[in-house]
Design a protein around this ligand. Structure first.
Ligand SMILES: [Zn+2]
Length: 370
């Protein structure tokens, strides 16, 4: 058992645990709201805390270009800069680089050269440079620079991504970090059993504080994604946290928790809010729909969030239709609360050994809807 993570209960492959970081403990499974540009869009840190948020994610790529890690370090590091004193995980920036493929100029064994989406300027990321950026940001958990190829990439290219991901992980492990900063390795290999297993074995061998499944939820068929997660998650070392990168729909969250995943992140709650939709136990409600025009009910009768405790669907629909900022904020607060509660309830169900029942009941309710 590592000092930074303990599993406190299991239910099938699912685990409840506790992750210890320099800025506090994170009960797992944990949903991490995404604060791309040092803010979870429209939501204040006090509100995040009140929603039950235990850890946030920050994006190294964006913070590196705007406002830069040097400026953030000068202002006391990312926690102080954004007014959030709880745990923060920063990604490496690699996902942004490799998903914006037309901005890549060159990839070699040393690193990747690309053009910034902000002003087109040439930039180079290597394991050492992303370690240095994350050290200056001062996040509690830093992620390794990896190569995440598209879902339909030829196998030779996937194999090359796996090889370089391991090479880069071993270099980043040797690079300086912020004091107390944990480092997670990332396994690639898409849904290819041999390459995924090879990547997991190589990354696990290096001895990170935690491990992530990267290269899933990037457009492959969902059944294949869950099937891959089922055998891949349990191959990651059991005594370290397992992080599924980029999932946040209610059904998907329950599926990966059941398969032994401890942490996950997604922009879905805030992005869904920006489209005028709410995650509820009646499924996803699109408030632009005329059927809500006279609806006096809250989004969700059982939700204690600021949107549900004071406002009707009709009022929220009015705000969304008029593009009022309050509408966006309230929907973001609600959607975050929904996923945080869903995850906390799954944790409680694991502790009680009834995750399967909780999950099937939840999926039934979510599917019955709208
Ligand atoms: Zn609510």
């Amino acid at each position: 058992m590592s000092e930074t993570f303990s599993v406190t209960a299991t239910d099938g492959a699912a685990r409840a645990g506790l992750l210890r970081t320099a800025h506090g403990d994170v009960p797992t499974p944990a949903f991490m709201p995404v604060g791309t540009k040092a803010t979870v869009k429209t939501v204040d840190p006090d509100e995040l805390r009140a929603l039950g948020t235990t850890i946030l994610l920050g994006n190294t790529y964006h913070l590196h270009f705007r406002p830069t890690e040097d400026l953030i370090a000068e202002l006391g590091g990312l926690h102080r800069f954004m007014g959030w004193d709880g745990p923060i995980l920063t990604d490496s920036g690699g996902f942004q680089v490799f998903s914006l493929r037309d901005t890549i100029a060159a990839v070699d064994d040393d690193g990747v050269t690309f053009n910034s989406v902000y002003d087109g300027s040439a930039e180079r990321f290597t394991p050492e440079t992303v370690a240095a950026i994350q050290a200056k940001l001062g996040s509690d958990i830093a992620m390794c620079l990896d190569i995440c190829p598209p879902a339909d990439v030829p196998r030779a290219e996937l194999a090359e991504a796996v090889r370089r991901t391991t090479l880069w992980a071993s270099r980043q492990l040797a690079a300086p970090r912020a004091e107390g900063q944990l480092l997670f390795g990332i396994a690639q290999g898409a849904a290819d059993p041999e390459l995924r297993r090879r990547s997991i074995a190589e990354i696990a061998e290096l001895g990170f504080d935690g491990h992530a499944l990267g290269g899933l939820a990037i457009g492959e068929e969902r059944g294949l994604m869950f099937e891959t997660t089922a055998w891949a998650a349990v191959e990651l070392p059991a005594d370290r946290p397992r992080y599924f990168m980029g999932i946040g729909d209610p059904e998907g969250v329950l599926e990966v928790i059941e398969r032994g995943v401890d942490m996950f992140d997604c922009v879905l709650p805030t992005r869904t809010a920006r489209t005028g939709s709410a995650l509820t136990w009646e499924g996803r409600l699109n408030l632009r729909n005329a059927r809500f025009a006279h609806d006096p009910k809250p989004l969700d009768e059982s939700c204690p969030c600021p949107a549900c405790s004071r406002f009707s669907r009709a009022y929220l629909r009015h705000l969304i239709n008029q593009e009022e900022l309050l509408g966006l904020r309230l929907l973001s607060l609600h959607n975050l609360r929904f996923l945080i509660d869903l995850t906390a309830n799954a944790r409680a169900a694991i502790e009680q050994g009834r995750l399967a029942a909780y999950k099937s009941e939840a999926l039934d309710r979510l599917a019955s809807a709208a």
